[in-house]
Design a protein around this ligand. Structure first.
Ligand SMILES: Nc1ncnc2c1ncn2[C@@H]1O[C@H](COP(=O)(O)OP(=O)(O)OP(=O)(O)O)[C@@H](O)[C@H]1O
Length: 437
Protein backbone atom coordinates (compact mmCIF):
# COMPACT_ATOMS: atom_id res chain seq x y z
CA UNK A 1 0.00 0.00 0.00
CA UNK A 2 1.33 3.44 -0.89
CA UNK A 3 1.85 5.83 1.99
CA UNK A 4 0.15 9.13 1.12
CA UNK A 5 2.07 11.33 3.52
CA UNK A 6 5.31 10.11 2.01
CA UNK A 7 4.22 11.37 -1.39
CA UNK A 8 2.70 14.69 -0.43
CA UNK A 9 4.61 17.94 -0.47
CA UNK A 10 7.45 19.83 -1.74
CA UNK A 11 10.36 19.64 -4.00
CA UNK A 12 12.54 18.11 -1.29
CA UNK A 13 12.77 14.36 -1.49
CA UNK A 14 10.70 12.88 1.33
CA UNK A 15 12.63 10.58 3.59
CA UNK A 16 11.02 7.21 3.57
CA UNK A 17 11.60 4.47 6.15
CA UNK A 18 11.60 1.00 4.63
CA UNK A 19 8.06 0.25 3.34
CA UNK A 20 6.67 3.46 4.87
CA UNK A 21 4.81 1.91 7.82
CA UNK A 22 6.82 3.96 10.32
CA UNK A 23 6.99 7.26 8.36
CA UNK A 24 4.27 8.98 10.37
CA UNK A 25 6.13 8.33 13.64
CA UNK A 26 9.29 9.97 12.32
CA UNK A 27 7.68 13.39 12.23
CA UNK A 28 5.86 13.07 15.54
CA UNK A 29 8.26 14.92 17.77
CA UNK A 30 5.66 16.98 19.51
CA UNK A 31 5.19 15.44 22.97
CA UNK A 32 8.27 13.82 24.48
CA UNK A 33 11.73 15.27 24.85
CA UNK A 34 13.00 12.25 26.82
CA UNK A 35 10.37 9.67 27.75
CA UNK A 36 12.97 7.40 29.40
CA UNK A 37 13.00 9.55 32.54
CA UNK A 38 9.40 8.46 33.20
CA UNK A 39 10.33 4.80 33.30
CA UNK A 40 10.72 2.86 36.55
CA UNK A 41 14.35 2.15 35.84
CA UNK A 42 15.29 5.86 35.77
CA UNK A 43 17.06 7.09 38.89
CA UNK A 44 16.60 10.83 39.43
CA UNK A 45 19.43 12.84 41.04
CA UNK A 46 17.18 14.17 43.76
CA UNK A 47 14.20 12.59 45.48
CA UNK A 48 11.73 15.25 46.64
CA UNK A 49 10.00 14.58 49.98
CA UNK A 50 12.35 11.81 51.03
CA UNK A 51 14.98 13.97 52.76
CA UNK A 52 14.14 12.70 56.27
CA UNK A 53 14.24 9.04 55.25
CA UNK A 54 17.46 9.52 53.25
CA UNK A 55 19.10 11.32 56.19
CA UNK A 56 18.04 8.53 58.55
CA UNK A 57 19.47 5.79 56.33
CA UNK A 58 22.68 7.80 55.86
CA UNK A 59 23.10 8.31 59.61
CA UNK A 60 22.65 4.59 60.27
CA UNK A 61 25.15 3.63 57.55
CA UNK A 62 27.66 6.37 58.45
CA UNK A 63 29.84 4.11 60.67
CA UNK A 64 30.93 2.43 57.40
CA UNK A 65 33.12 5.44 56.55
CA UNK A 66 35.08 4.71 59.74
CA UNK A 67 35.23 1.03 58.83
CA UNK A 68 32.76 0.17 61.60
CA UNK A 69 29.72 -2.09 61.23
CA UNK A 70 26.44 -0.23 60.61
CA UNK A 71 23.27 -1.55 62.28
CA UNK A 72 20.95 -3.69 60.19
CA UNK A 73 17.85 -1.86 58.94
CA UNK A 74 14.36 -3.06 58.15
CA UNK A 75 12.54 -0.65 55.83
CA UNK A 76 8.83 -0.86 55.36
CA UNK A 77 6.38 1.12 53.22
CA UNK A 78 3.65 0.66 50.64
CA UNK A 79 4.58 0.10 47.02
CA UNK A 80 5.96 3.11 45.13
CA UNK A 81 6.92 5.10 48.23
CA UNK A 82 10.55 5.47 47.13
CA UNK A 83 12.18 2.79 49.33
CA UNK A 84 14.36 1.28 46.60
CA UNK A 85 15.20 4.65 45.05
CA UNK A 86 16.24 6.11 48.45
CA UNK A 87 18.35 3.10 49.45
CA UNK A 88 20.11 3.05 46.06
CA UNK A 89 20.79 6.78 46.33
CA UNK A 90 22.28 6.51 49.84
CA UNK A 91 24.20 3.37 48.80
CA UNK A 92 25.95 5.04 45.88
CA UNK A 93 26.73 8.14 47.97
CA UNK A 94 28.22 5.91 50.66
CA UNK A 95 30.38 4.03 48.16
CA UNK A 96 31.67 7.31 46.71
CA UNK A 97 32.37 8.81 50.16
CA UNK A 98 34.25 5.67 51.24
CA UNK A 99 36.24 5.62 48.02
CA UNK A 100 37.32 9.22 48.67
CA UNK A 101 38.35 8.28 52.22
CA UNK A 102 40.27 5.25 50.96
CA UNK A 103 37.96 2.86 52.83
CA UNK A 104 36.61 -0.33 51.28
CA UNK A 105 32.82 -0.37 51.16
CA UNK A 106 30.48 -2.23 48.83
CA UNK A 107 26.72 -2.00 48.62
CA UNK A 108 25.16 -5.05 47.00
CA UNK A 109 21.52 -4.74 45.97
CA UNK A 110 19.57 -7.97 45.42
CA UNK A 111 15.97 -8.21 44.28
CA UNK A 112 14.53 -11.18 46.16
CA UNK A 113 11.58 -11.45 43.81
CA UNK A 114 14.09 -12.95 41.36
CA UNK A 115 16.70 -14.28 43.77
CA UNK A 116 14.60 -16.17 46.25
CA UNK A 117 16.58 -19.13 47.58
CA UNK A 118 19.47 -19.24 50.04
CA UNK A 119 21.77 -20.70 47.41
CA UNK A 120 21.01 -18.00 44.87
CA UNK A 121 21.32 -15.18 47.42
CA UNK A 122 24.76 -16.35 48.57
CA UNK A 123 25.95 -17.04 45.01
CA UNK A 124 24.70 -13.69 43.77
CA UNK A 125 26.43 -11.77 46.59
CA UNK A 126 29.68 -13.57 45.71
CA UNK A 127 29.28 -12.86 42.00
CA UNK A 128 28.52 -9.18 42.61
CA UNK A 129 31.61 -8.86 44.82
CA UNK A 130 33.62 -10.54 42.09
CA UNK A 131 32.48 -7.99 39.56
CA UNK A 132 33.26 -4.92 41.63
CA UNK A 133 35.51 -2.65 39.58
CA UNK A 134 37.94 -1.78 42.34
CA UNK A 135 38.50 -5.37 43.40
CA UNK A 136 42.26 -5.63 44.03
CA UNK A 137 43.88 -8.02 41.59
CA UNK A 138 45.64 -9.96 44.34
CA UNK A 139 42.30 -11.10 45.85
CA UNK A 140 41.29 -14.71 45.18
CA UNK A 141 38.90 -15.28 42.32
CA UNK A 142 35.89 -17.43 42.88
CA UNK A 143 33.11 -18.30 40.58
CA UNK A 144 30.19 -19.97 42.28
CA UNK A 145 27.82 -21.57 39.77
CA UNK A 146 24.17 -20.48 40.14
CA UNK A 147 23.26 -24.11 41.04
CA UNK A 148 24.98 -27.33 41.87
CA UNK A 149 27.24 -26.82 44.90
CA UNK A 150 26.29 -27.88 48.43
CA UNK A 151 25.07 -24.78 50.32
CA UNK A 152 27.83 -25.20 52.93
CA UNK A 153 30.45 -24.90 50.21
CA UNK A 154 28.84 -21.74 48.79
CA UNK A 155 28.67 -20.26 52.26
CA UNK A 156 32.35 -21.04 52.97
CA UNK A 157 33.43 -19.68 49.60
CA UNK A 158 31.51 -16.45 50.15
CA UNK A 159 32.95 -16.07 53.64
CA UNK A 160 36.50 -16.44 52.26
CA UNK A 161 35.80 -13.92 49.52
CA UNK A 162 34.27 -11.33 51.89
CA UNK A 163 37.14 -11.79 54.31
CA UNK A 164 39.70 -11.36 51.52
CA UNK A 165 37.96 -8.22 50.24
CA UNK A 166 37.80 -6.68 53.74
CA UNK A 167 35.90 -3.47 54.50
CA UNK A 168 32.19 -3.01 55.04
CA UNK A 169 29.68 -4.83 52.83
CA UNK A 170 26.09 -3.63 52.93
CA UNK A 171 23.71 -6.25 51.56
CA UNK A 172 20.34 -4.91 50.49
CA UNK A 173 17.60 -7.53 50.28
CA UNK A 174 14.85 -5.78 48.34
CA UNK A 175 11.42 -7.47 48.58
CA UNK A 176 12.80 -9.55 51.44
CA UNK A 177 9.30 -10.92 52.12
CA UNK A 178 9.48 -12.91 48.86
CA UNK A 179 12.69 -14.61 50.02
CA UNK A 180 11.18 -15.52 53.40
CA UNK A 181 7.95 -16.77 51.83
CA UNK A 182 9.81 -18.92 49.33
CA UNK A 183 12.60 -20.31 51.48
CA UNK A 184 12.07 -19.44 55.15
CA UNK A 185 14.46 -17.50 57.36
CA UNK A 186 17.57 -19.68 57.06
CA UNK A 187 19.36 -17.27 54.70
CA UNK A 188 18.78 -14.38 57.07
CA UNK A 189 19.86 -16.47 60.03
CA UNK A 190 23.12 -17.37 58.29
CA UNK A 191 23.79 -13.81 57.13
CA UNK A 192 23.19 -12.38 60.62
CA UNK A 193 25.77 -14.88 61.96
CA UNK A 194 28.33 -13.91 59.34
CA UNK A 195 30.02 -11.13 61.32
CA UNK A 196 31.01 -13.46 64.13
CA UNK A 197 33.03 -15.51 61.61
CA UNK A 198 34.80 -12.55 59.96
CA UNK A 199 37.95 -10.77 61.11
CA UNK A 200 38.83 -8.26 58.37
CA UNK A 201 35.43 -7.59 56.90
CA UNK A 202 31.98 -6.60 58.09
CA UNK A 203 28.50 -7.31 56.84
CA UNK A 204 25.38 -5.30 57.44
CA UNK A 205 21.92 -5.85 56.00
CA UNK A 206 19.05 -3.72 54.80
CA UNK A 207 15.75 -5.54 54.31
CA UNK A 208 13.08 -3.76 52.25
CA UNK A 209 9.45 -4.85 52.12
CA UNK A 210 5.95 -3.63 51.42
CA UNK A 211 4.40 -6.50 53.36
CA UNK A 212 5.34 -6.74 57.03
CA UNK A 213 3.47 -10.00 57.55
CA UNK A 214 6.65 -11.87 56.62
CA UNK A 215 8.09 -10.97 60.03
CA UNK A 216 5.62 -13.48 61.57
CA UNK A 217 7.65 -16.23 59.90
CA UNK A 218 10.97 -15.09 61.36
CA UNK A 219 12.69 -16.63 64.33
CA UNK A 220 12.59 -13.91 67.06
CA UNK A 221 16.41 -13.76 67.13
CA UNK A 222 16.57 -13.21 63.37
CA UNK A 223 13.88 -10.54 63.59
CA UNK A 224 15.55 -8.61 66.37
CA UNK A 225 18.88 -8.73 64.56
CA UNK A 226 17.40 -7.67 61.21
CA UNK A 227 15.37 -4.85 62.72
CA UNK A 228 18.05 -3.21 64.86
CA UNK A 229 16.78 -0.08 63.15
CA UNK A 230 13.34 0.26 61.58
CA UNK A 231 12.19 2.87 59.10
CA UNK A 232 8.73 3.46 57.70
CA UNK A 233 8.20 5.21 54.36
CA UNK A 234 4.79 6.92 54.44
CA UNK A 235 2.67 7.17 51.26
CA UNK A 236 2.97 10.41 49.28
CA UNK A 237 0.06 12.83 49.32
CA UNK A 238 -1.23 14.58 46.19
CA UNK A 239 0.87 17.79 46.50
CA UNK A 240 4.02 15.71 47.08
CA UNK A 241 3.26 13.59 44.01
CA UNK A 242 2.79 16.83 42.04
CA UNK A 243 6.35 17.88 42.95
CA UNK A 244 7.75 14.46 41.99
CA UNK A 245 5.90 14.51 38.66
CA UNK A 246 6.84 18.10 37.90
CA UNK A 247 10.52 17.31 38.37
CA UNK A 248 10.32 14.47 35.83
CA UNK A 249 7.96 16.27 33.46
CA UNK A 250 10.41 19.16 33.05
CA UNK A 251 12.89 16.73 31.50
CA UNK A 252 10.48 14.28 29.87
CA UNK A 253 8.15 16.58 27.89
CA UNK A 254 8.57 19.32 25.31
CA UNK A 255 7.80 22.75 26.64
CA UNK A 256 4.13 23.66 27.23
CA UNK A 257 2.67 20.39 25.97
CA UNK A 258 1.05 19.49 29.28
CA UNK A 259 -2.31 21.11 29.97
CA UNK A 260 -2.35 22.74 33.41
CA UNK A 261 -4.59 20.10 34.94
CA UNK A 262 -2.55 17.07 33.81
CA UNK A 263 0.00 16.79 36.63
CA UNK A 264 -2.50 17.58 39.44
CA UNK A 265 -4.91 14.97 38.04
CA UNK A 266 -2.22 12.26 37.78
CA UNK A 267 -1.16 13.10 41.35
CA UNK A 268 -4.73 13.10 42.67
CA UNK A 269 -5.56 9.74 41.07
CA UNK A 270 -2.36 8.11 42.37
CA UNK A 271 -2.87 9.62 45.84
CA UNK A 272 -6.39 8.18 45.94
CA UNK A 273 -4.94 4.67 45.46
CA UNK A 274 -2.21 4.70 48.09
CA UNK A 275 0.21 7.52 47.32
CA UNK A 276 2.23 5.46 44.85
CA UNK A 277 4.84 7.45 42.86
CA UNK A 278 5.22 4.57 40.39
CA UNK A 279 1.49 4.70 39.55
CA UNK A 280 1.67 8.50 39.20
CA UNK A 281 4.62 8.24 36.80
CA UNK A 282 2.89 5.50 34.80
CA UNK A 283 -0.20 7.68 34.47
CA UNK A 284 1.84 10.61 33.21
CA UNK A 285 3.83 8.51 30.71
CA UNK A 286 0.78 6.67 29.36
CA UNK A 287 -1.15 9.96 29.07
CA UNK A 288 1.70 11.32 26.94
CA UNK A 289 1.80 8.18 24.83
CA UNK A 290 -1.94 8.28 24.22
CA UNK A 291 -1.71 11.92 23.15
CA UNK A 292 1.18 11.01 20.87
CA UNK A 293 -0.78 8.18 19.28
CA UNK A 294 -3.64 10.58 18.59
CA UNK A 295 -1.09 12.81 16.89
CA UNK A 296 -2.09 15.55 19.29
CA UNK A 297 0.27 18.41 20.16
CA UNK A 298 -0.94 18.57 23.78
CA UNK A 299 -1.56 16.18 26.64
CA UNK A 300 -5.00 16.79 28.14
CA UNK A 301 -6.88 15.72 31.27
CA UNK A 302 -8.92 13.47 29.01
CA UNK A 303 -5.67 11.61 28.13
CA UNK A 304 -5.05 11.12 31.87
CA UNK A 305 -8.53 9.67 32.35
CA UNK A 306 -7.96 7.32 29.41
CA UNK A 307 -4.56 6.35 30.84
CA UNK A 308 -6.19 5.54 34.18
CA UNK A 309 -8.72 3.35 32.41
CA UNK A 310 -5.99 1.60 30.45
CA UNK A 311 -3.97 0.83 33.59
CA UNK A 312 -7.10 -0.48 35.33
CA UNK A 313 -8.06 -2.63 32.34
CA UNK A 314 -4.52 -4.00 32.01
CA UNK A 315 -4.36 -5.02 35.67
CA UNK A 316 -7.87 -6.46 35.47
CA UNK A 317 -6.85 -8.59 32.50
CA UNK A 318 -3.95 -10.02 34.52
CA UNK A 319 -6.37 -10.75 37.36
CA UNK A 320 -8.95 -12.43 35.09
CA UNK A 321 -6.42 -14.65 33.37
CA UNK A 322 -5.44 -16.11 36.74
CA UNK A 323 -9.05 -16.94 37.75
CA UNK A 324 -10.15 -20.59 38.06
CA UNK A 325 -12.16 -21.94 35.12
CA UNK A 326 -15.45 -21.98 37.08
CA UNK A 327 -15.13 -18.25 37.85
CA UNK A 328 -14.39 -17.57 34.21
CA UNK A 329 -17.56 -19.51 33.30
CA UNK A 330 -19.60 -17.32 35.66
CA UNK A 331 -17.97 -14.22 34.19
CA UNK A 332 -18.58 -15.42 30.64
CA UNK A 333 -22.27 -15.90 31.50
CA UNK A 334 -22.42 -12.25 32.54
CA UNK A 335 -20.82 -11.24 29.25
CA UNK A 336 -23.53 -13.12 27.36
CA UNK A 337 -26.15 -11.13 29.26
CA UNK A 338 -24.38 -7.92 28.23
CA UNK A 339 -24.39 -9.18 24.62
CA UNK A 340 -28.15 -9.43 24.99
CA UNK A 341 -28.15 -5.77 25.96
CA UNK A 342 -28.80 -6.47 29.59
CA UNK A 343 -26.60 -4.03 31.51
CA UNK A 344 -27.85 -4.97 35.00
CA UNK A 345 -28.29 -8.58 36.02
CA UNK A 346 -29.06 -10.65 39.11
CA UNK A 347 -27.45 -13.78 40.58
CA UNK A 348 -30.44 -15.87 39.42
CA UNK A 349 -30.09 -14.65 35.85
CA UNK A 350 -26.35 -15.28 35.80
CA UNK A 351 -26.90 -18.77 37.25
CA UNK A 352 -29.42 -19.59 34.55
CA UNK A 353 -26.98 -18.75 31.72
CA UNK A 354 -24.04 -20.26 33.62
CA UNK A 355 -25.64 -23.73 33.70
CA UNK A 356 -25.68 -23.81 29.90
CA UNK A 357 -22.16 -22.40 29.59
CA UNK A 358 -20.88 -25.05 32.03
CA UNK A 359 -22.60 -27.71 29.98
CA UNK A 360 -21.07 -26.49 26.68
CA UNK A 361 -17.52 -26.40 28.05
CA UNK A 362 -17.99 -29.64 29.97
CA UNK A 363 -17.65 -28.34 33.54
CA UNK A 364 -19.35 -29.71 36.65
CA UNK A 365 -22.37 -27.50 37.26
CA UNK A 366 -22.03 -25.64 40.57
CA UNK A 367 -24.87 -25.06 43.01
CA UNK A 368 -26.62 -21.69 43.20
CA UNK A 369 -24.82 -21.08 46.50
CA UNK A 370 -21.35 -21.63 45.01
CA UNK A 371 -22.21 -19.43 42.03
CA UNK A 372 -23.19 -16.67 44.47
CA UNK A 373 -19.83 -17.13 46.25
CA UNK A 374 -17.90 -16.82 42.99
CA UNK A 375 -19.89 -13.69 42.12
CA UNK A 376 -18.93 -12.18 45.49
CA UNK A 377 -15.27 -12.95 44.76
CA UNK A 378 -15.52 -11.26 41.35
CA UNK A 379 -17.02 -8.21 43.08
CA UNK A 380 -14.24 -8.15 45.64
CA UNK A 381 -11.61 -8.32 42.90
CA UNK A 382 -13.28 -5.30 41.26
CA UNK A 383 -14.06 -7.20 38.03
CA UNK A 384 -17.75 -6.37 38.41
CA UNK A 385 -19.74 -3.92 40.54
CA UNK A 386 -22.73 -4.90 42.60
CA UNK A 387 -25.36 -3.39 44.88
CA UNK A 388 -28.21 -4.82 46.91
CA UNK A 389 -31.62 -3.45 45.94
CA UNK A 390 -34.99 -3.90 47.54
CA UNK A 391 -37.69 -5.36 45.31
CA UNK A 392 -40.67 -4.75 47.60
CA UNK A 393 -42.49 -7.92 48.41
CA UNK A 394 -39.96 -9.99 46.39
CA UNK A 395 -37.33 -9.12 49.02
CA UNK A 396 -33.79 -7.91 48.45
CA UNK A 397 -31.67 -8.89 45.51
CA UNK A 398 -28.13 -8.25 44.27
CA UNK A 399 -27.72 -6.39 41.00
CA UNK A 400 -24.46 -6.47 39.07
CA UNK A 401 -22.90 -4.59 36.20
CA UNK A 402 -19.59 -4.04 34.42
CA UNK A 403 -18.06 -0.61 34.80
CA UNK A 404 -15.46 -1.08 32.06
CA UNK A 405 -15.63 -2.25 28.45
CA UNK A 406 -16.02 -6.02 28.17
CA UNK A 407 -14.12 -6.79 24.94
CA UNK A 408 -10.78 -7.30 26.74
CA UNK A 409 -12.45 -9.57 29.31
CA UNK A 410 -13.91 -11.84 26.64
CA UNK A 411 -10.59 -12.01 24.80
CA UNK A 412 -8.83 -13.03 28.02
CA UNK A 413 -11.38 -15.75 28.79
CA UNK A 414 -10.92 -17.24 25.33
CA UNK A 415 -7.21 -17.66 26.07
CA UNK A 416 -8.26 -20.42 28.50
CA UNK A 417 -8.19 -23.69 26.48
CA UNK A 418 -11.49 -24.84 28.00
CA UNK A 419 -13.35 -21.98 26.32
CA UNK A 420 -13.67 -22.87 22.65
CA UNK A 421 -15.12 -19.88 20.85
CA UNK A 422 -16.83 -21.88 18.08
CA UNK A 423 -18.62 -24.16 20.58
CA UNK A 424 -19.79 -21.26 22.71
CA UNK A 425 -20.92 -19.32 19.64
CA UNK A 426 -23.42 -22.11 18.97
CA UNK A 427 -25.33 -21.33 22.16
CA UNK A 428 -28.86 -20.23 21.38
CA UNK A 429 -29.10 -16.86 23.14
CA UNK A 430 -32.71 -16.34 22.06
CA UNK A 431 -33.81 -18.66 24.87
CA UNK A 432 -32.76 -16.01 27.39
CA UNK A 433 -34.90 -13.30 25.81
CA UNK A 434 -37.37 -13.79 28.65
CA UNK A 435 -34.73 -12.44 31.02
CA UNK A 436 -34.82 -9.11 29.24
CA UNK A 437 -38.27 -8.24 30.38
N1 LIG B 1 10.62 11.09 46.03
C1 LIG B 1 10.72 10.67 44.78
N2 LIG B 1 11.17 11.48 43.82
C2 LIG B 1 11.29 11.08 42.54
N3 LIG B 1 10.95 9.84 42.12
C3 LIG B 1 10.48 8.98 43.04
C4 LIG B 1 10.35 9.34 44.40
N4 LIG B 1 9.83 8.29 45.07
C5 LIG B 1 9.68 7.31 44.18
N5 LIG B 1 10.06 7.72 42.96
C6 LIG B 1 10.02 6.95 41.72
O1 LIG B 1 8.89 6.08 41.78
C7 LIG B 1 9.22 4.78 41.29
C8 LIG B 1 9.00 3.77 42.37
O2 LIG B 1 9.90 4.02 43.45
P1 LIG B 1 10.63 2.84 44.26
O3 LIG B 1 10.94 1.68 43.36
O4 LIG B 1 11.73 3.43 45.02
O5 LIG B 1 9.43 2.43 45.22
P2 LIG B 1 9.39 1.29 46.31
O6 LIG B 1 8.87 1.93 47.55
O7 LIG B 1 10.71 0.60 46.40
O8 LIG B 1 8.27 0.35 45.71
P3 LIG B 1 8.10 -1.26 45.80
O9 LIG B 1 7.81 -1.58 47.22
O10 LIG B 1 6.92 -1.52 44.92
O11 LIG B 1 9.38 -1.85 45.28
C9 LIG B 1 10.66 4.86 40.82
O12 LIG B 1 10.67 5.13 39.44
C10 LIG B 1 11.23 6.03 41.59
O13 LIG B 1 12.27 6.66 40.89
Amino acid sequence: MENESAQVSSDKPVRRLAGGLFDKYLNNKGIFKNREVLRHSHRPHTLPHRKDQIDSIASILAPAIRNETPSNILIYGKTGTGKTASVKYVGSELESACREMGKACNVIHLNCELIDTQYRVLAQIANELENIDNKPSDKPRTSIPMTGWPTDQVYAELRNLVEAMGGVNVIVLDEIDKLVKKSGDETLYNLTRFNSELKNAKISMIGISNDLRFTNFLDPRVLSSLSEEELVFPPYNAPQLCDILQQRADVAFMEKVLDDGVIPLCAALAAQEHGDARRALDLLRISGELAERENSQKVSEMNVKMAQQKIETDSMIVCISSLPTQSKAVLYSMLLLVDLNKQLFTTGEVAQVYRDVAHVIDLDVLTHRRIADLISELTMLGVINSRVVSRGRYGRTKEMWFSTGTAGIKETIFKDDRFIEEDLAKMDLSRYRALLR
